[in-house]
Write a protein that binds this ligand. Sequence first.
Ligand SMILES: [Zn+2]
Ligand SMILES: [Zn+2]
Length: 343
Amino acid sequence: MHAWEVSDPGPVEGQPLRYVEKPVPTPGPGELLVHVRTCGVCRTDLHVTEGDLPVRRPHVTPGHEVVGVVAATGPEVDGHAVGDRVGVAWLRSTDGTCRFCRRGDENLCPASRYTGWDADGGYAEYTTVPAAFAYPLPGGVGDTALSPLLCAGIIGYRALLRTSLPENGRLGLYGFGGSAHLCAQLALARGARVHVLTRGAAARRLALDLGAASAGGADGRPPEPLDGAILFAPAGELVPVALRALDRGGVLAVAGIHLSGIPPLQYEQDLFYERELRSVTSNTRRDGRDFLALAERHRVRATTHPYPLSRAQDALRDLKAGRFDGAAVLVNDLEPRGPVPPA
Ligand SMILES: [Zn+2]
Ligand SMILES: [Zn+2]
């Protein structure tokens, strides 16, 4: 099969990824072999490719927003059958036994492993996934539209939960890419007033089209104080900016896995009056299931930009340069040369 590998982590303007031929993987015990139909392009893939995140598996295949079809099952799999459409997301496995897993916080499991970082992901014709971590997907929505929901959507949902936004609250979104534009739709559907602060003119237009109350520059001030804010841009310098935009008791959640340095905070100006700064770490499977159900109910739709699988490196370059609004999605347009699931 064809697969992309991170051969030499570094700036994506170079050639950190290589398009290689390799055998179709064999699903291990409890795993599914998935024929990839689409795979969303997430900013975390860029961090893995550029080496912002440490190498956990040399020559890893990135990609953790996979919509595909079960092509084969390993031993000891139940609940999934060949031909089922499934989603493969970022959280690949946990130990299920530590204190965090036992109390329902499996996103904090110290033994957690991640698709497209610890194990090969979806920038390929086939991938594998532990069956217990594969998501059943709602019918009626196409593969391309579903892909970005699997990380961008789920993480945006968890970030929204982390803001503890009150009923009909005022929400600020800093940065407006794949994750934020899905989060905005859900927040609006649930009654929030949404203010978007981002540098891209196209992203600001998309925000207003989706129903945001305002859309302005990333370092400006929203037109009213915020009850909650989410920092999607990986820019630590925006942390004090966003904290100062909060009303008393407001919460800022940082959604990214990687953030540039945060300037010193001033207690009175940035934190006093019980404003809070919170991080967001991965998600639980429950977040994923809840979000996919809510997304279906509220008709949350990703704005997508398809790229053929062979152009993954270009898609990452375009993501970094902010050349599209919404989310890029790789489409596997190759004739399958491995096991073929029934149509
Ligand atoms: Zn655990
Ligand atoms: Zn992601």
